[in-house]
Design a protein around this ligand. Structure first.
Ligand SMILES: [Zn+2]
Length: 358
């Protein structure tokens, strides 16, 4: 049994939040920076190339998301780490894409009130990535004076990976790649997700998701405790939506709604996506309309196709086998509870995190 991820609480204006984040999570941010610097090097991204990319993204962030730029500067100040390194962390997906490294990052689901035993709305994901990331992932609670509080699971130093807010909006995201991705400018993913969670209503959240400039494809589930969940397959210039069937949504790492409209690159790298999607949907369907938290946990522990299963396990051979389920995240949007396992959920318990303010 593993221990849970540490939780840090930040408040104040954007810059103050960043400083508090940097001070509290300094050790983990340092590990995060060291890990991604070494990953960039392994992918032959030179210091010179990295500096150019960071400067490009710095300008985009400063122009499009000035508040979040202040928070990034605060993280640098609080942790004593150069701001360029904090920008690189927040753009790690975009930087790695230039080296053609694609992050699978998951199987996702949503179960709406009509499908669950307690009438609660849930969403969540298994986060499949490098096992080393467990050493520097955290739970961050960002308290906002003029908007909802956010409860976020994230790699230390980044603004968001997935999470929910205190008005009951949850966001999960996973990898999708289509031919032609990474050819244009876009807003780094963590900033878009954080802005979504700072939204007071689904209406603002969906606008941020669909109208932000994108460099690459990605998949999102955007859910609301009112019982609305939509899956969006985004490409740089288009999107394809999927609505729940019997209150259930599932997705993995291949285009489903967009199939035939785009050339799917990712599924050729992670073909296991085709059955992870099916298993997630079928396991939840079998438990509906009385899906419980335990049914969701069982779905995330599924070993069909092991080790390339929904609950993914590390393979010594490397390549796409080097990833495993680093954390499993379940959000009860109705109750405002975030459940997170540290490591594959088949062998690690879920720890519970809640909003501090009631
Ligand atoms: Zn497992």
């Amino acid at each position: 049994m593993s221990t849970g991820f540490p939780k840090f609480v930040v408040s104040g204006n954007s810059y103050q939040k960043g400083v508090m984040y940097g001070e509290q999570a300094k050790d983990r941010i340092e590990k995060s920076v060291a890990f991604y610097n070494s990953t960039f090097k392994k992918r032959n991204i030179s210091d010179e190339m990295l500096a150019k990319l960071v400067e490009k993204f710095r300008k985009i962030i400063e122009r499009e998301y000035p508040e979040q730029y202040q928070q990034i500067k605060g993280i640098a100040e609080g942790s004593g780490i150069p701001v360029e390194q904090i920008i690189a962390l927040n753009c790690r997906s975009e930087i790695l894409q230039t080296a053609r490294l694609m992050a699978p990052e998951c199987t996702v689901f949503a179960a709406m009130p009509e499908a669950t035993a307690n009438g609660h709305a849930y969403c969540g994901q298994n986060w499949d990535w490098y096992p080393e990331c467990a050493e520097f992932a955290i739970v961050l609670e960002a308290q906002n004076d003029d908007g909802p509080d956010c409860l976020i699971f994230v790699e230390a130093g980044m603004l968001c990976r997935n999470g929910m807010n205190s008005v009951g909006i949850g966001v999960c995201g996973n990898g999708l790649t289509a031919k032609g991705d990474a050819q244009q400018e876009g807003i780094p993913i963590p900033l878009v997700r954080r802005s979504i969670l700072e939204s007071k209503s689904y209406g603002y959240a969906v606008e941020i998701l669909l109208c932000s400039q994108r460099a690459s494809s990605a998949n999102y589930i955007l859910a609301d405790k009112a019982g609305v969940a939509i899956n969006f397959e985004l490409t740089p210039n288009d999107f394809f939506q999927m609505y729940p069937e019997n209150g259930i949504l599932a997705h993995a790492n291949h285009f489903i709604a967009g199939r035939g409209f785009v050339e799917d690159v990712f599924v050729k790298v992670f073909p296991d996506s085709v059955y992870r999607y099916l298993r997630a949907k079928e396991i939840l369907n079998a438990a509906a309309p009385k899906i419980t938290l335990d049914d969701i946990k069982a779905m995330f522990s599924d070993h069909f196709g092991y080790p390339r299963s929904i609950c993914r396990h590390f393979e010594e051979k490397g390549g796409v086998g080097q990833y495993e389920t680093v954390a499993s995240i379940i959000m009860d949007l109705t109750a405002g509870i975030l459940y997170v396992s540290n490591g594959p959920p088949c062998e690690n318990e879920y720890h519970e995190y809640t909003f501090s303010k009631k």
